[in-house]
Design a protein around this ligand. Structure first.
Ligand code: 3PG
Length: 526
């Protein structure tokens, strides 16, 4: 085992009881590539980058263990391709991260770091460090996952008014944590403090931009102990300079380690810590022992507790069920991006050839596809059902025996219907000959779509000229169309258009929506 980032001694000792362990911290990328060939397991935290080069050079590598939550420094796709299991420890540092957030909230409000530094300089300046109370202030918790919920509870304990925004959590779950669930816009406008607890993904990157700051209360304070990049750092600096934002407490940064010349380092209104959210003795011991046990399990041929990329089935069954998992994940991802608001139920029905297989991992694959755009890397085949249950999502599975079972006869073997706050959506598909996977129905419209790449999904009313207008707009914006499917209920009724494209900018989506008076125009990433 190579331990490439520092972890608690308890974890290293647990490994040493059974395996040979080298601790070699903070290796240069090329050095890691050179050395990795010797090892069967690699242990990392957020510092070491496990790139495709590392994974491809790791000829004996069987498991990458992230002693922590975020696997944004691991090329999980490459690991899957190389047959390397990626495990993490998603629960061990929840409390540590929540407590660090509260520490940052209070330290920022009472100017504790500056005051402590002034004492060290031999000063006694009481007037310079007049603070503000958090009591009765409104705090907006953005992202009500495990950490966000612990933060919400603690802020209630401080007598704060807690607002929360999370499109995927039902209002009663938020209420149980003492938070009022509101739209992000409302949270931004009402909060005195905003704390971020989302992963960094397509939806959250740059979420706090100039436009968001413009809508905030004057004197707002921000805290980010989640992931750098959710707050646009340049926009934050502008808001601090203009006085719109009174201060920010940051534990995470777009670039880590924070570059020497970064204006965030010395700024008087910024309280910065070096990604310490998970750094408590308790969390580090929990995590190190947890990943050590999981490594021992994997190397012993047993399933790990929290694999990021491994379905919980044996290798032989996996080969047969894999195309259905691929289809299920694609349908899940599609429905996640088509729907609006909290998902409350997922109904899966199976028919045809798939019935000969154990469909449980397929249902899990659907949930992974559905939840991953929402929860990011925390979701895997092992915990997908548990996470759905935790979010109040009812999952049902039904099997329909049928006479028509040929895999390529136009029959859908897998159909998923979801109920979300914004309405119902359904998609269905089949595995064809040579394991070709197709989505063949979306919301009652028939098509024939590989679940991959970027789609432009348009819902509109059927009338002449619509396809031409969309094509012209895309052409003028230099967007290539690789494929196109259209369908309609009946002449002049509701219709859809699905285009496989390279990329569509948000303003182009808006232009399409207006030009054809579309009900919906969305970019969907499969
Ligand atoms: C995590 O994702 O677990 C946290 O960001 C902690 O990262 P660390 O293990 O590098 O402290």
């Amino acid at each position: 085992v190579l331990v490439a980032d520092p972890i608690a001694a308890e974890g290293v000792e647990r490994l040493r009881e059974h395996l040979s362990v080298d601790e070699n911290h903070r290796l240069e990328p090329a050095e890691l590539v050179r050395l990795i060939g010797e090892y069967e397991a690699l242990v990392i935290r957020s510092e070491t980058r496990v790139t495709r080069d590392v994974l491809e050079a790791g000829k004996r590598l069987r498991v990458v263990a992230r002693a922590g939550v975020g696997v944004d420094n691991v090329d999980v796709e490459a690991a899957t391709r190389c047959g390397v299991i990626v495990i993490n420890s998603p629960e061990g540092n929840t409390i540590a991260a929540a407590e660090h957030t509260v520490a940052m909230l209070l330290a920022l409000s009472r100017k504790i770091p500056e005051a402590a530094a002034s004492i060290r300089r031999g000063e006694w300046q009481r007037g310079r460090f007049l603070g503000v109370e958090v009591y009765n202030k409104v705090i907006g918790v953005v992202g009500l996952g495990k950490i966000g919920r612990e933060v919400a509870r603690r802020c209630r304990g401080l007598g704060m008014v807690v607002l929360a925004s999370d499109a995927y959590v039902p209002a009663d779950v938020a209420r149980r944590d003492g938070a009022e669930l509101v739209e992000l816009d409302v949270l931004i406008e009402r909060a005195d403090y905003i704390t971020v607890h989302t992963p960094l993904n397509r939806e959250t990157r740059g979420l706090f931009s100039d436009a968001a700051f413009a809508r905030m209360k004057p004197g707002v304070r921000l805290i980010n102990c989640a992931r750098g990049g959710v707050i646009d750092e340049a926009a934050l600096l502008r808001a601090l300079e203009s006085g719109k934002c009174a201060g920010a407490a940051l534990d995470v940064f777009t670039e880590e380690p924070l570059p020497t010349g970064s204006p965030l380092r010395g700024h008087a209104k910024i309280l910065a810590t070096p990604h310490l959210g998970a750094s408590t003795e308790e969390a580090q011991v929990n995590i190190a022992v947890d990943v050590a046990d999981q490594i021992l399990a994997v190397l012993d041929g047993r399933p790990p507790r929290t694999a990021v990329n491994m379905p919980a089935v044996g290798a032989d069954v996996y080969t047969r069920v894999a195309p259905y998992i691929q289809l299920g994940q694609g349908i899940g991802r599609l429905l996640a991006q088509l729907s609006d608001g909290a998902v409350t139920s997922v109904d899966v029905s199976y028919s045809g050839d798939v019935l000969a297989l154990d469909v449980q991992p397929v249902t899990r694959g659907i949930l992974v596809g559905l939840l991953r755009p929402i929860l990011d890397q925390g979701v895997n085949f092992v915990n997908a059902l548990y996470l759905a249950e935790q979010r109040g999502i009812r999952v049902t599975e039904s099997k329909r025996a049928s006479g028509s079972t040929g895999p390529s006869d136009g029959f859908n073997e897998l159909r998923v219907e979801i109920q979300a706050a914004g309405g119902k959506h359904a998609a269905a598909g089949a595995v064809l000959a040579r394991n070709e996977v197709r989505i063949r129905e979306i919301d009652g419209f028939n098509l024939d779509l590989r679940p991959e790449g970027l789609l432009l999904f348009v819902r509109h009313s059927d009338r002449p000229g619509v396809i031409g207008k969309v094509g012209t707009l895309l052409g003028a914006a230099g967007v290539n169309i690789a494929g196109m499917y259209v369908g309609r209920e009946a002449v002049g009724k509701r219709a859809i258009m699905v285009l496989t494209v390279d990329a569509v900018a948000p303003d182009l989506l808006e232009a399409i929506r207006t030009s054809i008076d579309a009900e919906m125009a969305r970019q969907i990433e499969l």
